[in-house]
Design a protein around this ligand. Sequence first.
Ligand code: FAD
Length: 392
Amino acid sequence: ALPEANGDFYGQLAELGAEQRAVAASVADFMRAHVAPIMNEHWSRDEFPQHLIPELRKLDLLRRVWNEDGTRKSDATVMEGLITLEACRVDVSTAVFFGVHAGLAFASIALGGSPEQKAEWLPKMLDLEAIGAFGLTEPEGGSQVSQGMRTTCRRDGDNWVLNGEKYWIGNSPFSDFTVVWARDVDTQEVRGFIVRTGTPGYSVRKIEGKVALRIVENGHITLEGCRVPETDRLQEVQGWRTTAEVLRLTRAGVAWQGVGCALGAYELALRYAQTREQFGKRIGEFQLIQNHLVHMLGNVTSSLSMVLRLSHMADTGQMRDEHASLAKVVTAARCRETVALARETFGGNGILLDHGVIKHFADTEAIYSYEGTNEINTLVVGRAITGFSAFV
Ligand code: FAD
């Protein structure tokens, strides 16, 4: 019998705790049973399979990461990472849907909400009864959004009036609310708001024509004189510091996306190399193909070590911005190299959706650029190690 296609070559995942392995296995089963059979159809239609949300709810994944009061479990980052990895192994879009809701949107309320706001939203979010989105990026730019935010808010009695646009906002075409970040015209401070779907002046247009992460739905949000009650302003937000804290919490998860995506692509390529025949041999018998596979495996193995260590640092309070940025830079770059080699191993079949690997290839381009582009995360690390900021 041929060796099994398992990219956990050093047994790093097999060594984790029993509960962590059980959660990872439940996600792997869900992906295999429910997502894999329909993902190509949804990819072709540019549509998120909302009908799977009740099935996903049964796994109760958010409660493995968060407590009811919005504090994090002691192994939250490792657990989030494992959920992300197992989802990305099959389909990155599913992990992004989850990461936007359970990471960015949930963390915004957990870190920035008052006790009343947490009590209203967190239980519904834990149960996937209310789906959240996170609106930070704007059409004029993502990298500079901390300095160049154009969306404004202005206090008007018991309300706030929001004006501006948000772009690329994952889940927003069907979410129940979006956390919108806006600059106060009077104090220049950044504030966060829970904007409920259906609020007059808030509209979402689905972004069409993506060639990566097609199963995630991203929206272009317009805010025109949108009135939000003071009670829906996130009461504990301390300006940009809170936004940055939310991004820091979720960046480790994005580093895990690169690992899961690379792992999935490697396993597909290995299986293909073990069965596809040319010149009377399995292509896996050729030295050049073995070289591809070993290169991919090295990337996956080193990236997995890196995110496991990073997550342990996050869960024990040792992780700084630059630590998360370095992992995001390295795992995204190694993923890009890995999915290209995997695609190459499939020859022409590699560009067919049915063979799976091209979806990983395309999705990697989004991983490379969001949650801080490769350049911006590089500059975060560069600033930390040299003491010089090269941003502007
Ligand atoms: P730009 O900022 O315009 O950058 C363009 C290029 O210039 C990049 O290569 C960048 O690295 C480089 N660059 C910019 N400044 C510098 C500098 N100082 N030095 C060197 N190089 C520089 N945002 C949300 O708020 N919510 C979401 O749910 C969300 N989901 C997303 C989903 C997808 C699929 C994508 C693609 C994006 C999503 N984003 C979301 C936005 C994402 O975070 C931004 O795309 C990202 O921050 C980069 O911003 P930008 O695309 O405007 O690129």
